[in-house]
Design a protein around this ligand. Sequence first.
Ligand SMILES: [Mg+2]
Length: 349
Amino acid sequence: MAPLIESLRCDVRTFPTPEPEADGTLEWSATTAVVVQLSSAGCTGVGWTYSSAAAATVITDQLRDVVCGRPAFDIAAGWGAMHRAGRNVGTRGLWLQAMSAVDVAWWDLKARLLGVSLPALLGRCRSSVPAYGSGGFTTMSDEELAEQVASWHALGCSAMKIKIGESWGARVERDLDRVAQLRSLAGPDVALMVDANGGYSRGAARRVGAVLDELGVEWFEEPVSSDDLEGLAYLSSQLRCDVAAGEYVSMVEDLPALLPVVDCVQLDATRCGGYTGFLRGAAVAAAFHRDVSAHCAPTVHAPVAAAVPNLRHVEYFADHARLEPSLVSGAAVAQDGCLVVSEEPWELR
Ligand SMILES: [Mg+2]
């Protein structure tokens, strides 16, 4: 008889940042991982999302009873049931982050039950995954940025991203100074990427983008709010650099409107329904001839990124790269600009 999901455990782990951090439109001083363990037939799968403790409440109060007792191999059926259970409270945002943690744990559990690695279960099309260095918070001093860029050089990253759009776009001069500083620190052979986190108005984004084009920046992420699809379309048509967005996408149904207005779509398996949602989203992106870039969570993304033909890269995000080795053994490590896709199962620390 097929094994059933016997238990679900959920824990909240909070990791303070060394210093308060900020991008263009948000400040934070800690990262919260909501961790799910799903057990069946003597095996336990691990998954997590980066969210708030509220996601843990969704998991324990709303999803646990939906999941427990289900056939452990039938992830798609469980995914649909979890989604249907959210009908009256909203099936995007927090609900999908909660589902994402369960879905990743479920794939991990299935791999363990079958005695194969997670990358093997997901089905590789590559053995290593390009990773770009990401951080460059607006709160960092020049010295701190220089140190971070040096750390990305040491990992062989051929692309690096910093935050701009400081104070909702009120400090354009400092933004552009920092991009110029990144160019000089990174050197001529590194692809420069910036993320405004929706901090600019359309006009400001166009003017900043024109300077970024002069500086040879290749990637302008969320120049305006990702809710402003018309603005993204306008900027894509005006700028040489790629316009990217998608980190808040919950459902594949959101993608047909977004894909035509970006050059590369970002998907986050900790927000878009775990590996199930990520693979579906990547397929929709392929239908629009777009690459996918995995947003944050390098350890969660490494196995699934290895399985996506139209993958551009994975974000080696400073906060998560720092904390993931404290969360699990076998955390993704960048080497020669790529994440090594580990065959070893994660063990929670
Ligand atoms: Mg971003």
